[in-house]
Design a protein around this ligand. Structure first.
Ligand code: SER
Length: 583
């Protein structure tokens, strides 16, 4: 049985409801490009909102982390991974969480206690040393020498980041044929972390204050890839049953052996898998130069470059064969893979065709530029980007392989100049494109507040937000409404918003208590989800909403607002997709 099935079955038997994996592109959270942990889609519920499935949940969640994208190629970095998780929303706490973790590891996965060690929270000015957890581990048979207390490493996510947080307890497995030492040292790399139980009982406000949540939660996370490799006794994750079928296809299409081509094959396997999941996502992401689309482009283009490296005929349909294998392996767990199969294949083929047109010439140009052994300046890097479609990170990787550097600042400067010249996009898009949250998303965020306000004026004062999703390409806004908007209503909404934009209204930010905010009439989707002190954004006297931001300073920064689509989302809920066009 697959570890995902074992895990879900185990926690269902402990009274948990299985929840479906959320899309990789967050639906109501524009603070990250992709879901990076199982808890991410559950934030409103961890903050106190009631979950329709109850107080004990479990799932396997698709996660994408792109910070280490360029590290992929070693034995354990992946851009996409699956995280197993079980949650208590104000239900059970440390005792059950710890004993079930222990039971699953030792009884279901049959890991011998001798190969386990744990860390616990050592205490600081926010919370005391976690003796309760220590005693629980001791009572289960973990020896004192195998328990190590730390401050920094046992606070999730870390002591600096705002948001939900709390002390945690991490479980480690001895991955080595060497004898297991009696005393546990978390810095010894042979001890590998496999699971984390977070006792999520605080919220870290933007101003640095840390407040207790109304309920004490448990949030746990176990990586499927790492745990599978460990159980199968593999030191290289890519040799586990998760990756082997994909690696085999790569061996076939390249007619090469994994042993001699590990780095490139790992990169192709990892990047293709992530590209499949991004392009199958309901968010409909396509390769582009901004936001999630830029990550997708980088992944596909880097995979193509490595495919060429190991001698794959890149004009053949190699990418389809790999993608079909991946789709087949995961389709029983994620239904969108089957439903969007053709879209995935089309995205991959189109991007391949586009990049193949210039890749050969681009590589020649790259070789010419570096023939003298000189570093690459900003103009050269920009030329490779603009004319040959080389993402800057790709140029950097090629240069690194020759021991050369790239002037990234110079490149950014050229990029900006070019954008100002062509006036096709704002410099913020570039920022977004490099993985952060750019100006363009910020604009869409403010435009969303204007849309919320305009619908109340034009259609019905009782309209409220039911959902929101922002990418660098568009905003998507769900709201309660019992009818399809008429053409007249839509054009009135557009006109009103564009008038507000032209008026140049200031956007202001205030901090106040939650009660004050509600009394002042501020709009808010889930009141329970907010801490006691909240941020309220006002756009003149047009809109007032509880919101984390960020927003533009003045509406005149927004360009022209245009509704692209108005459709049903679910019963009684309509959905608008809209764009901002630069004038
Ligand atoms: N949120 C914690 C993590 O990502 C546990 O799931 O490690």
């Amino acid at each position: 049985m697959n570890i995902k099935d074992l895990y879900i079955e185990f926690f269902k038997n402990k009274g948990h409801k299985q929840i479906p994996s959320a899309p990789v592109v967050p639906e109501n959270d524009n603070t990250v490009l992709f879901n990076t942990a199982g808890m991410q889609p559950l934030i409103p519920y961890l903050m106190g909102q009631e979950h329709p499935y109850g107080t004990r949940l479990c799932d396997y969640q698709k996660c994408i982390r792109t910070n280490d994208l360029d590290e992929v190629g070693d034995t354990y970095h992946h851009t996409f991974f699956e995280m197993l998780g079980n949650w208590s929303l104000g239900d059970y706490f440390k005792k059950e969480a710890i004993s079930w973790s222990f039971e699953f590891l030792t009884q279901v996965l049959n890991i011998p206690v001798e190969k386990l060690a744990v860390t616990i929270f050592a205490g600081n000015e926010i919370a005391p040393m976690d003796n309760e957890t220590k005693n629980l581990w001791l009572s289960l048979g973990i020896k004192e020498e195998r328990i190590c207390a730390t401050k920094e490493d046992n606070w999730w996510p870390n002591l600096e980041l705002p948001g939900l947080c709390g002390p945690d307890s991490e479980m480690f497995y001895w991955r080595s044929d060497d004898p297991v030492p009696d005393k546990f040292n978390p810095d010894d790399e042979r001890w590998v972390e496999i699971w984390n139980d977070v006792f999520m009982q605080y919220n870290h406000n933007e101003d640095g204050t840390i407040v207790e949540l109304p309920k004490k939660n448990v949030d746990t996370g176990m990586g499927v890839e790492r745990t599978t490799a460990i159980l199968e006794g593999k030191n290289d994750n890519y040799e586990s049953s998760i990756w082997q079928p994909i690696i085999q296809i790569i061996e076939e299409v390249s007619n090469k052996k994994y042993e001699e081509n590990q780095r490139s094959m790992r990169i192709i396997a990892d990047h293709m898998r992530t590209a499949v999941f991004i392009s199958a996502d309901p968010a409909g992401i396509k390769p582009s130069n901004v936001g999630q689309g830029y990550i997708l482009r980088r992944l596909i283009r880097r995979a193509i470059r490595h495919a060429k490296n190991i001698g794959i005929d890149i004009n053949s349909n190699w990418e389809q064969e790999i993608a079909l294998k991946i789709l087949d392996m995961y389709k029983n767990y994620y239904k969108e893979l089957d439903g969007n199969k053709n879209i995935v294949l089309e995205v991959l083929a189109n991007e391949k065709i586009k990049f193949n047109r210039t890749l050969e010439k681009g590589l020649k140009e790259f070789n010419k530029v570096t023939a003298s052994g000189q570093d690459i300046d900003g103009t050269q890097a920009f030329h490779l980007f603009d004319t040959y479609g080389f993402p800057i990170e790709l140029t950097e990787e090629l240069a690194n392989e020759l021991g050369l550097k790239v002037d990234i600042e110079g490149f950014k400067q050229k990029f900006k100049e070019h954008q100002e010249l062509s006036r096709t996009a704002s410099a913020g898009q570039f920022k977004g494109g490099l993985g952060g949250h750019g100006e363009i998303e910020t604009k869409y965020h403010t435009a969303t507040h204007l849309l919320n306000a305009a619908l109340k004026v034009v259609v019905d004062k009782d309209i409220h937000q039911r959902g929101s999703n922002i990418t660098a390409e568009r905003l998507r806004f769900d709201f309660n409404c019992d009818h399809k908007l008429t053409d007249e209503e839509k054009s009135k909404v557009e006109q009103l918003i564009n008038n507000w934009i032209k008026e140049g209204i200031n956007v202001t930010k205030q901090e106040m208590s939650k009660e004050e905010a509600i009394k002042s009439g501020a709009e808010c989707m889930f009141i329970e989800k907010y801490p006691d002190i909240v941020t309220v954004y006002s756009i003149g006297d047009i809109s007032k909403e509880l919101c984390g931001g960020p927003h533009v300073k003045n509406t005149n920064e927004l360009g022209t607002f245009k509704i692209k689509k108005e459709e049903a989302s679910s019963a009684g809920v309509r959905r608008i997709k809209a764009v901002l066009i630069d004038e």
